[in-house]
Design a protein around this ligand. Structure first.
Ligand code: 6YU
Length: 498
């Protein structure tokens, strides 16, 4: 979008939704991004660690194939490795789950039988498939995905024809499967995820891939393509006044309906504002952030939707203790069962929520680095601990799992703290019990809601939480930004001149 006359558009945030919107806006006018933080990318954040980079936010392109705009854009910029575009990889259906060569450690210090692990995973993925089939069902057997899965397991477990030890281990493996699902959905418990909407999230085909030069290479390239000065960093927005009549000092002719005030006192006038801030921030601040406040239907959608925490813990080792072909080290606490109540003593057992570790590839470039995943209240509790405490706990967990009490401690640690991040307040959205895809659409609706308002589209809403089928992903975020830019691009010029 060219500078000069024409409509004035502000975009709040500089994550993928915001950059996508800025990239797509057309016609005369100006666009400016106001970002609270000191960098672009938002929940995409490649951070130096060990001898390479660690992804503190998004890790993979989920479903890298032609239908995925992040894949298309990244390929077009030449940011992906040679394997990503191979046709064979693009046809893989992983359903959002990492397909990596795996070893499963039990808490008794032994590696669990790959056959038992694999047959249990198959059972769990069949159950997940059946949970997704309730999308248009009139009646539901349970409100949450977790309750449904546990009821099914309680029904099935007595029919398993195996010894008590294998049954106990199978249930423990299923506990880990449930925790992995919490990481994927970004929730504390699958009991909080709405069963009726679970099938609405759509997986794209393709073997999940990473960015050899870091995920941040994508937002960096998108930003570099915008005119200089488009982005203002360290500019947290405090309030957005809309339905107003504001003018610049010395120019009473040009009236703007929106005024955006930043925490540092600076203010900006606009015809349109695209709001891409995370749902976690909106949940906490929308009451005072918008003046006048949001209509009740939108505020209620924000309240009902889910936004949880998924964190990563990176550990760098002098030497690997895992085999070169192993890319996922899974963790099973053998005394756990999805049929028993989980512990609520965070201090004593937060680390048991960790699902295991992905081995970062390639080690020649990145060093010997494990990336642990942990979701929910336990992930939030982990954020309150010091690096040294987390490193100590991880060392003790790994010594227990490997049965090696003298396993060398990691030489360094880095972890994400998305729940404490003031402008994010968590990791990504999910459809919570009591909510549905309609709430995602409500969040995406522009304001004012009256389509005949002479000053339409004052507030537009983008961001991962506004995409009905691709919420929680980078491609959902990018598409939402394009969607809102297209909405503005379609606005007749006459309406813009008001
Ligand atoms: C993906 C993946 N992935 C791991 C972890 C996280 C996320 N995601 P942004 O937040 O980027 O931008 C908003 C900006 O606004 C931000 O910069 C703020 O600073 C700014 N802001 C806020 N308030 C402001 C104010 N007041 N003033 C000014 N500015 C303000 N996605 O595709 N692959 O591997 C992962 C992962 C730890 C935290 C992820 C992944 C999610 C994406 O990172 C995320 O959706 C987008 O980056 C968001 O972009 P945005 O522009 O909307 O906001 C069945 C079913 C299950 C459903 N889930 C299945 C999918 C699972 C998702 N995968 C997750 C896994 C990982 C590992």
């Amino acid at each position: 979008m060219e500078a000069g006359g024409g409509r004035r558009v502000l975009v709040v945030g500089a994550g993928l939704a915001a950059l996508g919107a800025a990239q797509r806006l057309q016609g005369p006018g100006s666009v400016r991004l106001l970002e609270a933080g000191s960098r672009a990318g938002g929940r995409i954040w490649s951070h130096p660690f060990a001898s390479g980079l660690a992804e503190l936010g998004a890790h993979w392109i989920h479903g890298p194939s032609e239908g995925n705009p992040v894949f298309r854009l990244a390929s077009c910029y030449g940011l992906l490795g040679p394997g990503a575009a191979e046709e064979e990889n693009q046809r893989v259906e992983a359903g959002g789950h990492p397909l990596l060569p795996c070893v499963t450690y039990g808490s008794s210090g032994k590696v669990l039988s790959p056959e038992l692990v694999s047959s249990t995973r198959t059972l769990f993925s069949e159950l997940l498939g059946s949970a997704q089939a309730f999308l248009h069902a009139k009646e539901l057997p349970a409100a949450g995905v977790g309750q449904y899965l546990r009821a099914e397991l309680a029904r099935l477990a007595p029919t398993w024809d195996e010894d008590e030890d294998s049954k106990r281990l199978r249930l423990a493996i299923l506990s880990t499967c449930l925790k992995l699902e919490c990481c994927i959905s970004g929730t504390h418990s699958m009991d909080l995820v709405a069963l009726g909407s679970f099938g609405e999230y759509t997986s794209l085909p393709g073997l999940d891939c990473t960015f050899p030069g870091g995920y941040s290479s994508l937002p960096d390239r998108m930003l570099a393509a915008l005119p200089e000065g488009t982005i203002l960093l360290n500019k947290p927005v405090k309030t957005i006044q809309w339905q107003g009549s504001f003018c610049e000092k010395g120019d009473v002719e040009r009236i703007f309906p929106v005024r955006v005030e930043c925490e540092d006192g600076d203010s900006f006038l606009a015809d349109h504002v695209i709001i891409t801030i995370p749902l976690g921030f909106l949940k906490e601040h929308h009451h005072n952030f918008f003046q006048p406040p949001l209509p009740t239907w939108k505020a209620e959608a924000i309240r009902r939707m889910g936004f949880g925490t998924n964190n990563k813990i990176f550990l760098e080792f002098e030497q690997p203790f895992w085999e070169p072909e192993q890319q996922l080290l899974e963790v099973v606490w053998e005394d756990e069962s999805p049929l028993a109540e989980p512990s609520i003593d965070l201090e004593a057992s937060w680390f048991k929520k960790l699902i295991g570790f992905v081995v970062l590839q390639p080690p020649e470039q990145l060093g010997h680095v494990l990336c642990g995943f942990i979701a929910g209240k336990e992930a939030e509790y982990m954020e309150t601990l010091s690096d040294a405490e987390v490193l100590r706990t991880m060392t003790s967990v790994l010594r227990t799992l490997t049965g090696n009490p003298s396993l060398p401690a990691p030489r360094s640690i880095l972890r994400s703290q998305w729940h404490s991040a003031p402008y994010t307040r968590g990791s990504y959205s999910y459809v919570a019990v009591g909510s549905s895809g309609d709430d995602i659409d409500a969040l995406a609706q522009p304001l004012p809601e009256d389509a005949s308002d002479p000053r339409p589209l004052q507030l537009l809403f983008a961001g991962e939480a506004t995409h009905r089928t691709f919420y929680s992903t980078t491609h959902g975020a990018l598409l939402s930004g394009w969607r809102e830019a297209d909405r503005l691009n379609r606005l007749p010029r006459a309406a813009e001149q008001q």
